[in-house]
Design a protein around this ligand. Structure first.
Ligand code: NAI
Ligand code: MG
Length: 367
């Protein structure tokens, strides 16, 4: 059997810097755990525009469709701000998401004990937090028709349409239930069925899909109450399923319960491939951070945690993903901090590559 395949797209700004550290981790799993990947690397975003005049070349797109998983750094930067909309770096990422049809966006909110003080919430509200928000990513109000700004009488009207088909709800619901089965068998679906017909349909379809997962404890909550509960008592949740718009807001809110943008991974999953695993793109939540790019200051943990998600969801290596997350937990517990994680004065931050090396050392110590 051939090795599982991984396409790496470092992109722009701090993307290549954090990806260098991920490469160290990938090499470690190959050398010390016998986990070999067929790794290829290509360009996306501004880097692809500089070489090909487009933010994602057709060959790169084709390659992304073939591999078991794609791992992306970040795209964009001031150098590209004045480009035409059609070739902006972000369009490369959007093309990947669209053509791979990645409808299920997984955003964890996980609190590493060593960083619990970093949260804006009380320590005991967030310590030990480990929840996952599943956001529908390819439909809903960001895509529904009609949309636009129209003349109506003597004023203008701005229109967007929340639109969900049963099959769109069903596939993302299935993805969330599958996830719940692998976690703690608890799923809360959020919509506003009290005021939106799309929410009524959402609740109905999710309930129906739930019949196929009798072991999963399913609950429903109005999304506004969900927002309140997330900041009041986030540990009551395990998997949260919601639509594109509510998911955009709730996932950002949940993520900030736990601290720095430099710590946040994500996965975007699509339909199952021939091998039964979903099409998948893994990426940190942060952007290309032009303000710190090239200075060795970037925190590589968000990108490394994105690779841990790939281990878990694309390569069936949950135990090795746990090992990697435990190594990160240990490094943080030892007080190793990149500049973005510094709460107190007087502590010296480590560089991007020192953080990567510390995590590799912690992996060594785990054997
Ligand atoms: P950003 O996420 O790049 O940066 C926001 C702030 O967080 C900055 O102060 C940055 O230094 C800091 N930061 C981000 N990641 C960090 C890390 N790993 N370690 C330490 N500090 C970190 O968002 P911003 O500034 O709004 O956008 C910058 C560029 O990135 C823009 O061109 C934007 O379009 C692009 N972008 C790309 C995304 C992607 O590739 N998925 C997502 C968001 C923005
Ligand atoms: Mg957002």
């Amino acid at each position: 059997m051939s090795n599982p395949s991984l396409l790496i797209l470092p992109g722009d700004g701090i993307g290549p810097e954090v990806m260098t550290e991920v490469r160290k981790i990938i090499d470690w799993f190959g050398a010390r755990r016998g986990l070999k990947f067929d790794v290829s690397e290509d360009l996306v975003g501004g880097a692809a525009y500089d070489k090909h005049g487009v933010p994602l070349a057709d060959e790169t797109m084709a390659k992304a469709q073939e591999v078991d998983a794609v791992l992306l750094g970040a795209v964009g930067g001031p150098k590209y701000d004045d480009l035409d909309f059609s070739v902006k770096p972000e369009r490369g990422l959007l093309r990947l998401r669209k053509e791979m049809d990645l409808y299920s966006n997984l955003r964890p909110a996980q609190c590493f004990d060593a960083l619990a003080d970093f949260s804006s919430l009380k320590k005991d509200v967030v310590a030990g937090l480990d929840i996952m928000i599943v956001r529908e990513l390819t439909s809903g109000v960001y895509f529904g028709e009609p949309r636009g700004i129209f003349e109506e009488g003597n004023e203008r009207v701005g229109i967007n349409t929340q639109r969900y088909t049963e099959s769109e709800i069903e596939r993302v619901a299935r993805s969330a239930f599958e996830l719940a089965m692998r976690r703690n068998k608890k799923l809360c679906s959020m919509e506003k069925a009290n005021v939106m017909e799309s929410g009524i349909l959402w609740r109905e379809v999710v309930t129906r899909v739930g019949k196929d997962y009798p072991e999963v404890e399913l609950s429903h909550m109005y999304a506004d109450n969900g927002a309140m509960q997330l900041v009041r008592a986030p540990k009551q949740f395990d998997v949260i399923l919601t639509d594109n718009l509510f998911g955009d807001i709730l996932s950002d809110c949940a993520a900030m319960l736990t601290g720095s943008l430099g710590m946040l991974p994500s996965a975007s999953l699509g339909a199952p491939m021939a091998n039964g695993r979903p099409k998948a793109l893994y990426e940190p939540v942060h952007g290309s951070a032009p303000d710190i790019a090239g200075q060795g200051k970037a925190n590589p943990i968000a990108c490394i945690l994105s690779f841990a998600m790939a281990l878990r969801y694309s390569f069936d290596q949950g135990a090795e993903a746990d090992r990697l997350e435990a190594a990160i937990e240990k490094v943080l517990a030892d007080g190793v901090r990149t500049a973005d994680l510094l709460a107190e004065e007087g502590v010296q931050p480590v560089s991007t590559s020192e953080m990567g090396d510390a995590i590799v050392a912690a992996l060594d110590a785990s054997l």
